[in-house]
Design a protein around this ligand. Structure first.
Ligand code: F6P
Length: 326
C-alpha cells in the first residue's frame, strides 16, 4: 500500500454515459482500501477553486443508471498554465489530499499528465464517447453513444422508406470517425464519411443513386462531424448539383443527444471495472498512468505514451464498411 490516505476524483471534458458508475467504483473501492475520497466539482475547475466534497459510500448510491456526471464537468483551457496548476495542488494540499483520479478523454488526460509531471500522483480513467484515446480499445460512453446513434438511424430509415427519401445522419466524434464507422456498419448505411478517409461527394451521391436503382426504398449516409463532408458539407454539395443528382438529401444532426443517453450495461460494467482498478492502483502506489482495457484485460498505460500515440481506426472495419454498403 502507498501512504496516500485521501484521494480526489473528478470528471472532466465532454460528459460520457458511465462516468457516474466510474465515480461510484472509485469511491467504494477506495473506502474498502481504507482511504477517504473527495469529489471535485466541474472537472479541474473544482481543484482550482477548492470546490471539493467528501464522498461516502452512500453518497454515490442511485447514480449508476444516470447519464452525465453528478460531479459536473467542464473544459478548462486555463489549466495549461503552470500557475493555475500550482494553485490546484495547493488546494489539494489544504485538504491533505495526496492523489487524484481523473476520468475523461484526451483533454482530461493531458491535464492529468501535467499534474503528474509536477510530481503529484494521478491515475487517469479512459472515458470519452469519441473513442479516440490511446490506451483503451473502447472508452467509457462509447457503447451508449453508438446505441443512441443506431436507434436514430433505425428510426430515420422507417420514415425515409415511407417517402423514398435520402438522409444523411451526422454523428459526433470530433476528429475521429469511430462512431460514424461503427454506426454506419451496424445501421446498414449506403455510405460513410469519416475524417480519416478523403471523402468524394460524387461517390457518395452515386451510392445513393445506386441504392434507389437496386430497389431500396431509402438511402442513408452516416457522416462524422469531423469529416469535410459532414451533414452541412454534403447538403451544400447536393444543393449545388440538385437537378443533376435526381434526389433530395435531408440531414439530421444527432449532436449532444449521443452524450445524454442512459448508460448501457457495457458502459456501466466498463466504468465499474476501470474505476475500481484506478483506485486500487493509485492506493497501491502506481500512478502516472491511464487505466483502460486492451484486448479484454485491464491495462495501465503511462501518460507519456498516451500523449505521444494516436489510436488508429481498424482498416479491416473500413474495408468491411465499403463491401457491405451495397
Ligand atoms: O469529446 C466529446 C464530444 O462530444 C465530441 O464528440 C464533440 O465534438 C465535442 O465533445 C463537443 O464539445 P462540447 O460539448 O464542448 O460542445
Amino acid at each position: 500500500m502507498s501512504s496516500i490516505k485521501r484521494i480526489a476524483v473528478l470528471t472532466s471534458g465532454g460528459d460520457a454515459p458511465g462516468m457516474n458508475a466510474a465515480v461510484r467504483a472509485v469511491v467504494r473501492t477506495a473506502i474498502e482500501l481504507g482511504a477517504e475520497v473527495f469529489g471535485a466539482h466541474h472537472g479541474y475547475r473544482g481543484l482550482v477553486d477548492g470546490d471539493l466534497t467528501p464522498l461516502a459510500a452512500r453518497d454515490v448510491g442511485g447514480i449508476m443508471q444516470r447519464g452525465g456526471t453528478f460531479l459536473g464537468s467542464a473544459r478548462l483551457p486555463g489549466f495549461r498554465d503552470i500557475e493555475v496548476r500550482r494553485g490546484a495542488l495547493d488546494r489539494l494540499a489544504d485538504r491533505g489530499i495526496g492523489g487524484l483520479i481523473a476520468i475523461g478523454g484526451n483533454g482530461t488526460q493531458t491535464g492529468a499528465k501535467s499534474l503528474s509531471d509536477m510530481g503529484f500522483p494521478v491515475v487517469g480513467v479512459a472515458s470519452t464517447i469519441d473513442n479516440d484515446l490511446y490506451g483503451s480499445d473502447v472508452t467509457i460512453g462509447v457503447d451508449t453513444a453508438l446505441n443512441v446513434g443506431l436507434e436514430a438511424i433505425d428510426r430515420l430509415k422507417v420514415t425515409a422508406s415511407s417517402h423514398h427519401r435520402a438522409f444523411v445522419v451526422e454523428v459526433m466524434g470530433r476528429d475521429c470517425g469511430y462512431l460514424a464507422l461503427m454506426t454506419g456498419i451496424a445501421g446498414g448505411a449506403e455510405a460513410i464519411c469519416i475524417p480519416e478517409v478523403e471523402a468524394d461527394p460524387e461517390a457518395v451521391a452515386s451510392e445513393i443513386r445506386g441504392a434507389y436503382e437496386r430497389g431500396k426504398p431509402h438511402a442513408l449516409v452516416v457522416a462524422a462531424e469531423g469529416s469535410k463532408y459532414n451533414a452541412n458539407g454534403l447538403m451544400e454539395y447536393c444543393a449545388s448539383q440538385k437537378g443533376r443528382l435526381g434526389f433530395e438529401l435531408r440531414a439530421t444532426i444527432l449532436g449532444h443527444t449521443q452524450r445524454g443517453g442512459v448508460p448501457t450495461f457495457a458502459d456501466r460494467m466498463l466504468a465499474t471495472e476501470l474505476g475500481a482498478a484506478a483506485a486500487e492502483r493509485l492506493l497501491r502506489g502506481e500512478h502516472g498512468v491511464l487505466v483502460g482495457k486492451i484486448r479484454g484485460e485491464i491495462a495501465a498505460t503511462p501518460f507519456d505514451e498516451v500523449a505521444a500515440k494516436k489510436k488508429p481506426l481498424d482498416p479491416a472495419l473500413m474495408d468491411l464498411a465499403r463491401v457491405l454498403a451495397k
